[in-house]
Design a protein around this ligand. Structure first.
Ligand code: SF4
Length: 377
């Protein structure tokens, strides 16, 4: 029987660089065509090696800005994957989208190319916040993109929002959540603004031009988010992911359930068996490697059984919760027995909810889950 596989494709092209972003992306388009050729070569290389073992259950176009490309561009990649791998009929195929890069006709083209889930980088609905984040769109374009997606026949829509922007009040953030839920979306990923090294925002903070709000305020906004979304029917199934019933992102679930995945394109990470490897980030190195070898791996590691068990526990705890039977079956693990005292303490303090030994973070626990996990490990 074939195992489940997820495929990620990185499209590194963007219209411009946002001040907070540390994803690998370039703002020149001269390599768009050669990148497509290299992606197809890379897909062929890995398909020859792994095709027989797997059935592809999810495909995710991330970036960069995949919606900056034409529907034919993504369509060609999808058709290569469908020709070279076994792809399940109900495969979830997600495209990250930026408002301002796609109109209704283009979205209809993406649907025809095979996209059936769209994740839209809205980030905020307020003009001053969008300006601060240097996004290229305004509120109207964000709303229109959601409505165009529905009209194109794609109803599985997620949006990303960023909270704890400098000076953002609780009512401003609440207005963003209200604006999001006034739209026909099924999924929402609210992220706290994170200062990444090497970004323009990082330099602005170091130069004293921008002042970030503190961690306690961030926690208050996060609590408000959980409370607001749960009262409006959205289930939290990971630290930063909420959805209406039946609309969890299967691609992300595959990562959190520690399933196997292949990634194509610059900076893509893959995980098969006990091996993890990653591609060159820089476009030039990526292209040179694919043209000479057919693949672009820049590093790899072999995981021990213990490392895999630890990663599995952390990923499951951060998302849907941890099932002792599953853990025992997969790793023959004694983790529950060894951590009983600590786990009981977390349950009695309201950070974890436990039922038949199955444990899951409560909303209070999600707010401090990184601290709890770092205590555990
Ligand atoms: S559009 Fe997205 S990937 Fe591109 S620079 Fe902005 S945040 Fe980063």
């Amino acid at each position: 029987m074939k195992k489940d596989l997820s495929i990620y494709i990185h499209i590194p092209f963007c219209d411009h660089k946002c001040i907070y972003c540390d994803f690998y992306s370039v703002i020149t388009l001269e390599k768009v065509d050669s990148y497509l050729k290299n992606l197809l070569t890379e897909i062929n290389f890995w398909a020859e090696k792994y095709k027989e073992q797997f059935e592809v259950k999810t495909i995710f176009f991330g970036g960069g800005t995949p919606s900056f490309m034409s529907p034919e561009y993504l369509g060609e990649i999808l058709s290569e994957i469908k020709t070279k791998f076994f792809v399940s009929n109900d495969c979830e195929i997600t495209m990250e989208t930026n408002p301002g890069t796609v109109d209704k006709a283009k979205m209809i083209g993406f649907k025809a190319a095979g996209i059936n889930r769209v994740s839209i980088g809205v980030q905020s609905f307020q003009p001053d916040e969008l300006k601060f984040l240097t996004r290229i769109h305004d509120r109207k374009q964000a709303e229109t993109t959601v409505l165009n997606t529905v009209e194109a026949g794609i109803e599985n829509i997620s949006i990303d929002l960023i909270f704890n922007l400098p000076g953002q009040t609780k009512s401003q953030w609440r207005r963003n959540l209200e604006a999001a839920l006034s739209l026909p979306i099924k999924h929402i990923s609210p992220y706290s603004l994170i200062l990444e090294r090497g970004t323009i925002l990082n330099k602005m903070v170091l130069d004293g031009k921008v002042e970030l709000q503190d961690a306690d305020y961030d926690a208050d906004l996060y609590d408000l988010t959980i409370d607001f979304l749960s009262k409006n029917g959205f289930e939290q199934y990971e630290v930063s992911n909420f959805c209406l019933p039946g609309y969890k992102c299967n691609h992300n679930l595959a990562y959190w359930r520690y399933k196997e995945y292949l990634s194509f394109g610059t900076s893509g990470h893959s995980f098969i068996g006990n091996k993890r490897w990653w591609n060159f980030s820089a476009l030039t190195f990526y292209e040179q490697a694919v043209q000479t070898k057919g693949f672009a791996v820049s590093g790899e590691e072999e995981l021990t059984e213990k490392q895999m068990e630890d990663e599995f526990i952390m990923l499951m705890l951060r998302s849907e919760g941890l099932d002792p039977d599953q853990l025992k079956k997969r790793f023959n693990s004694l983790w529950f027995e060894q951590n009983k005292v600590f786990l009981d303490e977390l349950i009695s303090n309201g950070f974890l909810a436990g039922e038949n030994n199955f444990i899951k973070f409560t909303p209070k626990g999600y707010a401090v889950c990184d601290e709890i996990l770092s205590k555990m490990y």
